[in-house]
Design a protein around this ligand. Structure first.
Ligand SMILES: [Zn+2]
Length: 445
């Protein structure tokens, strides 16, 4: 990838990634006060737009007594109630700004760790800004655009429907960013394929699902395989990175740099090689925190995307927890604010009888959710070593055709390696602690 290839891609897609990237890079190197002034001005612009053009917020601001015109300091944001996943489920149409209703918006959906499908929209500016923030964030590790990489990603639906397209293949070539389907890694033969691919192609970096990469690292160790040209950067994302996983990946593959975002708000924070913490991309997102919930100092995250004017999400409670870095002595040349740790992207893994694994959020990932109507909540129970029970809470919009889509996807994904039954339930019960669990392992209870 080069700045020129981004320029071309922007031109073809009508995006402005390069403009955002230049802006974010300038602010990275600017005094802290300049980033803060930029962020405050941007927030004000977004809030005024919300009050005037977004039906959901016109009403919400009136209810809570917030006036965008009077907004002068970040503390005033606290008057606005956080946006919940339930708000997104129930009111997503009213969150589309009036001037954007007839424009081409990309539709997104996500299941995440909560098992509640939600829907959102982005215009090309929001997408461009997310990509620019992502490129800047990766550079905190030492990664550079010109490097050659392998992307380990995708559930069967994404791989079958998107990766085969000509534009997708062309992009992989131009950007020197190859792709490998993450879900096939349960299969021993594909693990070997991945080893052979990395050995042959000599990638500078690999990136992708934390658990898939960790599974590969374990495979290398168990089979005494050593990479002759180990990648210099392993960029993990989308799932919690536990310490044992970091160790495992670093022993078998290479140095790990974790990245944090969610599909509703891309590119939030990136681990930095210099200070070892996560830097928030301050000109792109504004993060607030709830009260500490445990001794470690984990707090709920409320995120505001400063670049999505088509579908504004203010103080969005995405279900994740983080530990903000307050008053640390770690010096760093990057002035953006920092997180010590991120958690809550709990990926729930089910171990299959043949030793493989099923990552539930990646299976139900956005592509499948987009195709199925009327799914309110889902949960996977492992009721036996070789049997799963899939509970679905549905609305009247859920039709037999939707069930067929789920069954087809399940049989393709599981390939008979574990049995399953699907149950439609009135209400999925929460656990004793009151927390919803996406995956319940009855064999461990
Ligand atoms: Zn740093």
């Amino acid at each position: 990838m080069t700045r020129f290839s981004i320029f071309l891609s922007d031109l073809i897609k009508g995006q402005n990634t390069l403009r955002y990237l230049n802006r974010f890079e300038r602010l990275r190197d600017a005094p802290r006060s300049e980033t803060e002034a930029y962020r405050l001005a941007r927030l004000k612009q977004l809030l005024v737009h919300c009050e005037r053009d977004v039906p959901f917020y016109s009403e919400r601001f009136r209810e809570c007594g917030f006036s965008a015109e009077d907004f002068t300091s970040l503390e005033q944001m606290r008057i606005i109630p956080p946006l919940t996943r339930k708000d997104l489920q129930d009111h997503w149409q009213e969150l589309i700004a009036s001037g954007y209703r007839n424009k081409k918006l990309s539709a997104g959906s996500s299941g995440g760790s909560t098992g509640q499908p939600i829907f959102y929209r982005k215009d090309s500016r929001a997408t461009s800004a997310g990509l620019a923030a992502h490129l800047l964030g990766w550079s905190f590790s030492g990664w550079r655009m010109s490097m050659k990489g392998l992307h380990i990603w995708g559930n069967p639906t994404t791989v079958n429907e998107e990766w085969g397209r000509f534009t997708s293949r062309l992009k992989a070539k131009i950007f020197r960013h190859h792709k490998f389907p993450a879900y096939t890694l349960h299969d021993g033969s594909r693990l070997r394929d991945l080893y052979d691919t990395i050995t042959r192609e000599k990638y500078d970096y690999i990136d992708g699902y934390t658990n898939a990469i960790c599974h590969f690292a374990e495979y290398l160790k168990n089979n005494n395989l050593v990479l002759s040209h180990p990648p210099r950067y392993v960029l993990t994302t989308a799932e919690n990175l536990h310490d044992y996983q970091r160790r495992s990946i670093e022993e078998a593959i290479g140095p790990v740099y974790d990245t944090y975002g969610c599909s509703e708000v891309n590119s939030i924070a990136y681990e930095c090689a210099e200070c070892g913490l996560y830097h928030i991309i301050d000109p792109h997102v504004y993060i607030e925190y709830g009260e500490p919930v445990d001794e470690a100092g984990n707090r709920e995250v409320y995120v505001t995307d400063l670049d999505n004017f088509a579908f504004p999400m203010l103080r969005y409670k995405n279900g994740d927890m983080a530990i903000p870095d307050e008053g640390s002595s770690h010096e760093c040349s990057i002035g953006f604010s920092r997180l010590r740790a991120v958690s809550g992207r709990e990926v729930d893994i089910i171990t299959l009888p043949d030793g493989g694994m099923l990552s539930v959020p990646s299976f139900f990932g956005s592509m499948l959710l987009k195709k199925v109507n009327g799914l309110k909540q889902y949960q996977v129970e492992k009721i036996d070593a070789d049997m799963l029970r899939i509970n679905l809470e549905t609305s009247e919009r859920f039709l037999p055709a939707d069930m067929e889509i789920i069954e087809e996807a399940l049989s393709e994904y599981l390939k008979g390696r574990i049995g399953y039954e699907i149950r439609i339930v009135d209400k999925i019960a929460v656990s004793g602690s009151g927390k919803f669990r996406l995956v319940v392992d009855r064999t461990k209870d």
